[in-house]
Design a protein. Sequence first.
Length: 443
Amino acid sequence: MAFAEAIARFHRDRRGNIAVIFALVLIPLISAIGCAVDYSRANALRTKLQAAADAASVGAVSRTSPAYIAAGSMSTDGAITSGADDALRIFNGNLANLTGYTLDSVAATVSKSGEAVTSKVTFSAQISTMFMKAVAVSSMTVGGVSTATASMPKYIDFYLLLDNSPSMGVGATPTDVAAMVAATANKSSDDHCAFACHDVNNKNNYYNLAKALGITTRIDVLRSATQQLMDTAAATATYTNQFRMAIYDFGASAQTAGLRNLFALSASLSSAKTAAGAIDLMTVKGQNDNNDQDTQYTAILPAIDKLIAAPGTGAAGSPLKYLFFVSDGVADEYNPACLKPKTGNRCQSPINPALCKTLKDRGVRVAVLYTTYLDLPSNDWYKKWIAPFNEGPYGPSPNSEIAKNMEACASPGFYFEVSPTQGIAEAMNALFKRAVADARITS
């Protein structure tokens, strides 16, 4: 009887169902957790593989990569084998210590198309599972693609037009100007010159005096700045022949004033630097040599315009063209169409911006470095002929006609005024770097 009652109670008891249900649910629950762990592990490994692919695609078209350098010498579009090899090397290098996967395939292509270098890296890998083996899944397949594109640097021809007329013999700083005035205050009137005039008829000329006294003139600073520019260009270039330079001035002497070629267009920046060392002040033979008409903008700018070939696209063999024009902005020439009243046949006036417009209309970018025309209060010639268009009510003004016309000569964003306390070298380098950046963005 007692045994029969025990059996009946067991039959009626429902508490054992929880254990049964838990046992039944446990298997799929463990499977789900295992799948999540395997999936999370696979995703983490794929992220690392993708990062390696990204590093490979970007590295294969970096500025110093074999593909980027090789693309510069390619005259046509096409694949770059060295670039593909480099991409695979970078990819494998980034996975050197990574385990837990089996690489099925990895492929890389690098090619040049127009002015762009593009790399593409694809991969596929098997990642073994731990928990999913229970449901007959022994591995998971992951894959990815990474593409990177880099714009090729532009080829640029720079034509440097440097004012070496006697007005560039002025002191480079107010201190230098004051020193020159003090050193010449007691000189006889027939030997008088407000600048460090390079008078070859007089061995005691002010040019030699400035040298003897250690006075720095603007032509000295311009010489050094031009040489430094060549160093900047060499350090900036990706390709050995990316930048070519030509150097011109306003003539060796007053009697031969006009466009003079100091260095023909060449990619040899070291040779250009050597040639820049010869930049010097124009010589004169006594007072009023050539009627002092030594800054002949109306002849010089059209002449250099004819020498500059049509600008290209910036690709190899089709360089962009930049004119770097460094001057104090005051014409002194024979010009019947002078912008200001003439002294007889002598025209002294701010530069006519129309001379630069001709170049800009052809697509030549004109970079202007205006070496501010300094106030010379002790010089009667300056006070009578230059001050009226160079000064405001309180002396030399940044809004003078000279400054305005020089800025109008420049292409947008390529005007730089250098005061006596600023560096011509820094300004020239800034204009150069702006030209390189502008070429990359706008062309």
